[in-house]
Design a protein around this ligand. Sequence first.
Ligand SMILES: NC(=O)C1=CN([C@@H]2O[C@H](COP(=O)(O)OP(=O)(O)OC[C@H]3O[C@@H](n4cnc5c(N)ncnc54)[C@H](OP(=O)(O)O)[C@@H]3O)[C@@H](O)[C@H]2O)C=CC1
Ligand SMILES: CC(=O)[C@@H](O)[C@H](O)COP(=O)(O)O
Ligand SMILES: [Mn+2]
Length: 382
Amino acid sequence: MQKRISLLGATGSIGIQTLDIIREHPEHFQLVAFSVGKNIEVTRKIIKEFPVQLVSVIAEEDARQLQKEFSHVEFVYGGGGLVQVAAHTNADVLVNAVLGSVGLNPTLEAIKKGITIAIANKETLVTAGHLVMQAAKEYNVPILPVDSEHSALFQAMNGEKNTEINKLIITASGGSFRDRTRDELKNVTVKDALNHPNWSMGSKITIDSATMMNKGLEVIEARVLFDISYDDIEVLLHRESIIHSMVEFQDTSVIAQLGTPDMRVPIQYALSYPDRLSRPQAKRLNLAEIGKLHFEEMDYKRYYALKLAIDAGRAAGTMTTVLNAANEAAVALFLQEKIGFLTIDELIERAMDAHVNISSPDLETILHVDAETRKTVQNMIK
Ligand SMILES: NC(=O)C1=CN([C@@H]2O[C@H](COP(=O)(O)OP(=O)(O)OC[C@H]3O[C@@H](n4cnc5c(N)ncnc54)[C@H](OP(=O)(O)O)[C@@H]3O)[C@@H](O)[C@H]2O)C=CC1
Ligand SMILES: CC(=O)[C@@H](O)[C@H](O)COP(=O)(O)O
Ligand SMILES: [Mn+2]
């Protein structure tokens, strides 16, 4: 059966690779709706290639302009537009590959429509994972991981019960600065930070990878998706990004998922699940050629952002919302060259210290705390 796909963030790194998978398997997948941010040139190309019904952009004027050019497509815009695309009634699966907590509302609305969620947008699970998982349970909607580590964990678990699991082992490449000490990070540039050793990704996640906040967000994402306690989640440095993550079971068996670093593999698995489709185009893993794989214990002082994330995860409530919003704001400031690299961690810690945690927050509280935290971070640098 052909699955109909709606896609948030079609012009981004994950979005473009999702389109590759849809293009490679026209008999299995059809794009029916998508959202973009500001990249209107690429939007035009996608519309010309894929027969979509609905497109969302950020700005109303872009929607008006595109409507003049493509009368057979409906254009919407803003936060409401994202929700319309996500909850498009003709879609079977939503691929959420938008950047940031702006993905939360559309995800919840898609779940209410019974649409399966393939989630790359980890900020949504960090800011309000409890709301997403509650809604998924209520509407009996599968939440399928796209993030490479979570796809690996999902594949390694293969439906086994949580009670049979000793721990999850999430691998981390170490990011752009893995061979530098913390002292050597004071004056690093944006260009240096964007130079990830193994993956080609969007700017924000590449910076998260360099601070190790990406792994922190992923620990929280794993807790949310798999309902495993923080005590049973380990982070292991693994420079090659060949083992994407592992599960240790109670009989001490460890099951890992391996592959060359290519996001199209987990994207395709989320789309084809529970089936697997072939990918003749993909580079196959040749371990003899690689020779050695390396592993090191995590240093939480060197990678302080990971400690902050786990602290926030353990505190739960609105603390993970603060962590995520402060991180989004601080990384944007670093990318605009308004703050130094180490100031990212500093701003997040100050935002967390200033916050009075609220347990079991509802959507309105989450959105309020998210907005307030962004303002707090802006005020900190004035
Ligand atoms: N890249 C990767 O390999 C991986 C990414 N992820 C996660 O997937 C998500 C996307 O990452 P990635 O593809 O790298 O990011 P990119 O920055 O490459 O792409 C982000 C996409 O979201 C759109 N967008 C950004 N801000 C907004 C907004 N406020 N409203 C509407 N649309 C917006 C962008 O539009 P436009 O460009 O048109 O402005 C673009 O389409 C993130 O949550 C990331 O953590 C997870 C695992 C791996
Ligand atoms: C491809 C992917 O899933 C990224 O989240 C990746 O994990 C980043 O690599 P590190 O955070 O391990 O550097
Ligand atoms: Mn990842």
